[in-house]
Design a protein around this ligand. Structure first.
Ligand code: NDP
Ligand SMILES: O=C1O[C@H](COP(=O)(O)O)[C@@H](O)[C@H](O)[C@H]1O
Length: 490
């Protein structure tokens, strides 16, 4: 099948090709894009890492990754075979100038100069600068080259700036693609669709009608094999600084002039810059952090975070912030940003709670209207409206959910976020990637909280693995007149 959205021919060069992300997301993502006809026949994928593998051995690793990580329904032996033929491997230490760059160069230079080259840095961010320098010294960066930077872009403003500087010495900003895989989730883009393609939604999308917005990313998993990274990061850096602030930006941005990359990114960065600073004494009131203790998920007992780590730690696995966007549209509307590991259920969602009706017609109080945009899993939306309880002769109310699923028109599975983003890079479309000023604005906003937490100025709460988070979170949200959305089953 040749899809109408097939890209131009390209070479995808993955640094960190033997790593977890490449095997779980990048290789399966590229396979699926080939399967649906978006990848042209002569595209090539060149993996690089320090580990010694022959091309055949690396292809075998990629084959195993496909076996493990693509859904059965998407497996097609002929296409798998075609995909594996596109793969090559070069043993290379990206940080060493005298490593095997010549071999990489001779493979790349077999293609014409104007062929799209994507360098995907799926390695630790402190390597980004030296890999870029080596690519430049070995004259491998062409006009049609792009570079993809994996998260985390730094651990604070200073380190983010350092990473950005070290890459931008060799690539210009329009060639740099900073990944936030949440932006690649098809359902995250539904926030834009719901807001701007439905005039009635646009009409009520402001402080005049909206009481608050809850943005939650809850996971049942713990830190898995990534404890050494996670323990130096924590939930605020890992999820709020990037993914949840991006979602907030999409919920709060003014209508962009168009869906062109810079129009959308200008609108988002304006939100990040309008976030009311949380600093000084307000950090204790406006933020909460917690760690999970032992508990259970389903019928599985789960150890506490410290037991999993095997040592003491001051790292939060739960983070909650109350944010305000100081623009006329969002006057005093709280946005609750919440994320946790070892939750009772996995769910990412946006819950918009509307203000009560002010018309005074009914004696009985009606519930608050809510719009729930469920990003994952069970992707879809629910709108809770008040309706008359038919068993009662008077106007007493029940909440009626109107719901729909975000299903694909042809019934195929919703594509994984990485695969769409990987080909957006080839298409030279940075709309769903983060611009440097966005990264910097996001760090600037979270930094005082990070510092206060590091100095223990906010107490560490606790919650049992398999629960909804710390009990104190109920009081936290009640202070601004809200309660957690119950249907979330958190
Ligand atoms: N895994 C995940 O789910 C996610 C990962 N990320 C980010 O993606 C990046 C990669 O993560 P992940 O795959 O988990 O990490 P891994 O530790 O699993 O993989 C790291 C990769 O980098 C290679 N590598 C290390 N040093 C060098 C070097 N000097 N030159 C060339 N290659 C090198 C390693 O291979 P070798 O040792 O053979 O050189 C390996 O292939 C990180 O920035 C991470 O934060 C972001 C979100 C989720
Ligand atoms: O970036 C990250 O995201 C994942 C959660 O992603 P999701 O698509 O499964 O919601 C999180 O587990 C990880 O810690 C974090 O680094």
């Amino acid at each position: 099948m040749v899809g109408s959205q097939q890209t131009a021919p390209f070479d995808y060069i993955i640094f960190g090709a033997t790593g977890d992300l490449t095997m779980r997301k990048l290789i399966p993502g590229l396979y699926n894009q080939l399967r649906i006809g978006h990848i042209p026949k002569d595209a090539r994928i060149i993996g690089t890492a320090r580990s010694h593998h022959t091309r055949e051995e690396f292809i075998e690793l990629a084959h195993q990754a496909l076996d493990r990580f693509i859904p059965e329904v998407n497996k097609d032996e002929a296409i798998i075979c075609e995909f594996l033929k596109k793969i090559d491997y070069v043993v290379l230490d990206g940080t060493k100038s005298d490593s095997n760059w010549k071999e990489l160069g001779s493979k790349l230079n077999k293609a014409p100069d104007d062929r799209v080259r994507v360098f995907y840095y799926s390695t630790a961010p402190h390597l980004f600068g030296s890999i870029s320098k080596n690519l430049s010294e070995h004259k491998l960066i062409t006009k049609e080259s792009r570079v993809v930077l994996e998260k985390p872009i730094g651990t604070d403003s200073a380190s983010a700036n350092e990473i950005n500087e070290s890459v931008s010495r060799y690539f210009s900003e329009h060639q740099i693609y900073r990944i936030d895989h949440y932006l690649g989730k098809e359902t995250v883009q539904d926030i834009t669709a719901i807001r701007f393609a439905n005039p009635f939604m646009g009409a009520v999308w402001s402080h005049e009608y909206i009481q608050s917005i809850q943005i939650t990313a809850a996971e049942t998993v713990g830190v898995e094999g990534r404890a050494s990274y996670y323990d130096t990061s924590g939930a605020l850096r890992d999820m709020i600084q990037n993914h949840l602030l991006q979602i907030l930006s999409l919920c709060a941005m003014e209508a962009p002039n168009s869906l062109e990359a810079d129009d959308v990114r200008n609108a988002k960065v304006a939100v990040l810059k309008a976030l009311r600073p949380i600093k000084g004494e307000s950090i204790r009131n406006e933020t909460m952090r917690a760690q999970y203790t032992k508990g259970g998920i389903g019928d599985q007992p789960v150890p506490g975070y410290l037991e999993e780590l095997g040592h003491d730690s001051n790292t939060e696995t739960y983070a909650l912030m109350r944010a305000y966007v100081d623009t006329p549209r969002w006057k005093d509307v709280p946005f609750y940003l919440r994320t946790l590991k070892r939750s009772t259920v996995k769910v990412s969602e946006v819950v918009v709670t509307f203000k009560p009706s002010a018309n005074g017609v009914f004696k009985h109080r009606a519930g608050l209207n809510k719009l729930v945009i469920r990003l994952q899993p069970n992707e879809g939306l629910e709108l809770f409206l008040n309706a008359k309880d038919p068993s009662s002769p008077i106007f007493s109310f029940q909440q009626l959910p109107l719901s729909g699923k975000f299903a694909t028109v042809d019934g195929s599975p919703i594509p994984d976020s990485y695969e769409r983003l990987m080909l957006d890079v080839v298409r030279d479309d940075p709309t769903l990637f983060i611009r440097r000023d966005e990264v910097e604005a996001a760090w600037a906003w979270v930094e005082p909280t990070l510092q206060a937490w590091a100095e223990d100025k906010v107490p560490m709460e606790h919650y049992a693995a398999g629960s909804r988070g710390p009990i104190a979170a109920k009081t936290f949200i009640a202070k601004t007149g809200d309660e957690w959305h119950e249907n979330m089953k958190l």
